[in-house]
Design a protein. Structure first.
Length: 281
């Protein structure tokens, strides 16, 4: 049986429910966070808890639980669901109130929902061995993509376009012609000169926790890393390309819009970074 956690109670996943006037449901007035779980441990726990606090602060939603309490709930949820390898999903909305765009005048209690699911990391390894295809799409999101809100409709539509094009991810391109990021991943290339490029952590992208860890890994490996935007043309001209996220770690990208990158195989720096990251995790 699967279990979820909603507002202080563990319940059967199928029975888990929130109110119809929850502001997360009504307005996407909610933030979320995702941790990978490997061998029963949360990966990059500090980074994800830190980003959760920042997202909540940016939206002025009070922290529903302190970190030790949240960690306790997560451990119990993983135990009840017997998960050692998978992911934990947490969503916190501003709470439930009579529908009105402005924040409720009286303080309300945030809604907290936690679920988890098993993941087959062998499938991710297999994907990493061959590399994946991406397409490019216009970035049609709002101006605060650095906040991890559940307002994901443009990301959903972008991902669906990728799937329908036979690709795995969509790299979004801003109005100036620069790639921002994927629908749920950060984008990277290795230039012909061997420099690693990933967009600067501005308001145009989610500040990926894996992205930050890969910058550290790359620096430890003595690689040259520059945080700046690059175009689809730069990516097509690159020596390697890859994407990062909590659940896909480091995944090689071998084609963009049906054009093969370099020799069409995962690059050696990409593979070295994946190994370094997983070795440290
Ligand atoms: N960019 C977007 C839009 C995302 O949704 C995610 C993850 O969900 C990422 C990047 C990668 O972030 P992280 O490495 O913290 O999983």
């Amino acid at each position: 049986m699967r279990f979820a956690y909603v507002n202080g109670r563990f319940c059967r996943h199928g029975d888990a429910a929130i109110h119809v006037e929850d502001r997360g449901f009504q307005f996407a007035d909610a933030v979320y966070e995702v941790w990978s779980v490997r061998n029963g441990q949360l990966m990059d726990a500090d980074g994800h808890f830190g980003r959760l606090a920042r997202s909540l602060g940016e939206l002025r939603i009070p922290e529903p639980r302190c970190r030790p309490a949240l960690e306790h709930i997560i451990r119990e949820l993983l135990r009840r669901n017997r998960i050692r390898d998978g992911l934990v999903y947490l969503q916190v909305s501003r709470g439930q109130a009579r529908r009105d765009h402005a924040f409720p005048k009286k303080p309300i209690t945030p809604t907290i929902v936690l679920t988890c699911k098993r993941l087959d990391f062998a499938a991710a390894d297999a994907r990493a061995a061959t590399g994946i295809a991406v397409i490019t799409v216009p970035d049609e999101r709002w101006a605060r993509c650095d906040i991890k809100t559940v307002n994901l409709l443009p990301n959903v539509l972008a991902k669906q376009m990728a799937v329908e094009a036979g690709a795995v991810e969509a790299w979004q391109v801003d109005a100036d012609g620069f790639i921002t990021e994927g629908s749920s991943t950060n984008a990277w290339i290795v230039t012909k000169a061997g420099t690693l490029l990933t967009r600067q952590a501005d308001h145009g992208i989610l500040h990926g926790i894996t992205r930050a860890r890969i910058i550290e890994c790359a620096q430890r490996l003595g690689l040259d890393v520059v945080e700046r935007a690059f175009t689809p043309e730069d990516a097509l001209d690159a020596r390697e390309a890859f994407l990062t996220s909590a659940t896909s770690f480091v995944t090689p990208v071998v084609s963009i819009d049906n054009h093969v990158i370099a020799n069409g195989e995962p690059g050696s720096l990409t593979s070295a970074l994946r190994e370094a990251y997983l070795g440290e995790a």
